[in-house]
Ligand binder design. Structure first.
Ligand code: HEC
Length: 245
């Protein structure tokens, strides 16, 4: 029993560590809803407009995404494909060459198909809200959950600029990063920016596990089927026992 307990603790431990996000910075609840098709569609739009210049979703195809998100082929072609050579059956790959990316950002630009699975939806949400001004970095920004990040704050125009707020450390030294404060507003009020980031996180979570949408749909059919079966079985039981009582 004791051994079982220890084994299960070992299994759970990595989950606990990743849930805290490392570095001790508090992760915000992304509060996403995979059943919200409109949020997923908006997230897909934002991704293509703001992220696909650098990042790919190499394991997701345009037409599969369209099917899952309730978009027909014309909508997918018009709204998401900007290059005449790209077909709806192609994977969602960035036009940027990986070698160029590495040269420009000093690090490989990761494919984001599975990012919500190796991080977590909450991490991605907090990351996209976590850029703050830092003159010592090449792009002038750092990130609360990804220290010394190589990505510029591509949504700064929407969010604005934040500055870091540190806790008070021992004898006057600077403590750990405690929070962020908006010093220069962007085009969107805070709640609207949160919604943009939530839609993006929702979309990336769907991309990481497209079968989740399918499973939910199947689950509803299974429940309906069981309900009908129960009604029939009950009627049959009544019929059988009618004469006995
Ligand atoms: C100008 C290029 C560029 C654009 C545009 C861009 N990114 Fe990035 N992104 C990067 C680079 C480079 C990294 C790698 C950072 C590193 O490793 O230090 C990165 C890393 C990330 C990571 C962290 C991945 C990890 O290592 O776990 C996430 C999440 C991410 N980007 C999401 C986005 C989203 C969402 C958008 C659109 C809103 C976006 N990025 C737009 C260049 C870009």
């Amino acid at each position: 029993m004791k051994r079982l307990l220890i084994a299960s603790m070992l299994l759970l431990a990595p989950g606990l560590v990743s849930a805290s996000g490392g570095g001790g910075y508090h992760l915000e609840d992304a509060d996403i809803d995979l059943a919200d098709k409109e949020s997923l569609q908006r997230g897909a739009r934002y991704f293509v407009d703001h992220c696909m210049g650098c990042h790919s979703l190499g394991y997701m195809r345009y037409n599969r995404m369209g099917e899952d998100l309730g978009l027909d082929e014309v909508q997918v072609r018009r709204g998401f494909i900007f290059d005449v050579k790209t077909k709806p059956g192609d994977p969602m790959v960035s036009a940027m060459r990986p070698a160029d990316g590495e040269q420009w950002f000093g690090t490989a630009v990761p494919d984001l198909t599975l990012v919500t699975r190796w991080r977590s939806p909450d991490w991605v949400f907090t990351y996209l809200k976590g850029f703050y001004a830092d003159e010592n970095r090449p792009y002038g920004v750092n990130n609360a959950v990804f220290p010394d990040v190589g990505m510029p704050h591509v949504l700064a125009g929407l969010q604005g600029v934040q500055k870091a707020v540190y806790a008070k450390g021992e004898d006057g030294h600077q403590g750990p990063l405690e929070g962020l404060e908006l010093t220069q507003p962007g085009r969107l009020p805070e709640q609207e920016y949160d919604q943009v980031v939530r839609d993006l996180t929702n979309f990336l979570t769907y991309v990481g596990e497209p079968m989740k949408l399918e499973r939910r749909r199947l689950g509803i059919y299974v429940l309906l089927f069981l309900g009908v079966l129960f009604a029939l079985a009950y009627a049959l039981k009544k019929e059988y026992w009618k004469d006995i009582h």
